[in-house]
Design a protein around this ligand. Structure first.
Ligand SMILES: *Cc1c(COP(=O)(O)O)cnc(C)c1O
Length: 221
């Protein structure tokens, strides 16, 4: 048995002003409910379909909990995504941003999103080149149904976690630059179980933690 409550409390103590996204992929509803009972306010899911299976039952018990999509989104799932998620962390192309805007328009919602940045291309496939971030932010101003609220970054899985620090610093610098001209920019989503303390030290204000709360994921189930 993982000590979910103790894990959450220990993480909360380190967060300061940052907010915790409890990453619940592969976790069944009963386990997620334990985390919500322990005070978790944001649930992060990777896949639309998996989130859908848990959404209504959890929503009924915890209507105020926020739902964040943190995994890659395919445009054909945009309609379902905008129905469920308060914040989509994973906008990684102009095409997807426009698709989310179209989907949000259909339900008359303004969808909050983050732009996912890829600083180290050999490690992860998704995310925008750093050079494409500002142009895409500018283009987003033409869209009435999406609001870009910040940046998301997934650090590579380095053997020495300290190698993440310069990348987190680069993200923070970009975040501050964008914030200067745009008061909607407020979230810097970076940091996972292995690297969140380093991310917090470099200005992350949303951390996404799964293993550190629930223990090792069992993908086989
Ligand atoms: C799974 C996942 C996390 C959480 O990872 P842990 O190492 O279990 O904390 C965070 N962000 C994204 C995008 C993920 O897919």
């Amino acid at each position: 048995m993982e000590k979910i409550v103790e894990n959450i409390q220990a993480i909360q103590k380190k967060l300061g002003q940052a907010q915790l996204v409890a990453v619940t992929k592969t976790q069944p509803v009963e386990i997620i409910l334990q985390a919500l009972d322990a005070g978790v306010q944001i649930v992060g899911e990777n896949r639309v379909q998996e989130a859908e299976q848990k959404f209504s039952i959890i929503k009924e018990k915890f209507p105020k909990v926020a739902w964040h999509l943190i995994g890659h989104l395919q445009t054909n799932k945009a309609q379902k995504a905008v129905k469920m998620f308060d914040l989509i962390h994973s906008i990684d192309s102009e095409h997807l941003l426009f698709a989310v805007s179209d989907a949000a328009k259909k339900i008359n919602k303004i969808q909050d999103v983050l732009l996912q940045v890829n600083l180290v291309h050999e490690e992860t496939k998704f995310g925008l080149d750093i050079a494409d971030v500002k142009p895409l932010l500018k283009r987003s101003y033409e869209l009435d149904f999406v609001r870009v609220c910040g940046l998301m970054f997934i650090a590579p899985n380095y053997e020495d976690v300290n190698q993440c620090t310069p990348l987190f610093q680069k993200m923070h610098q970009l975040f501050l630059e964008l914030q200067k001209d745009d008061e909607q920019i407020k979230f810097l989503s970076m940091g996972m179980t292995n690297d969140y303390e380093l991310a917090l030290a470099e200005g992350a204000n949303l951390v996404r933690i799964g293993t550190g709360i629930f223990g090792k994921r069992n993908y086989a189930k």
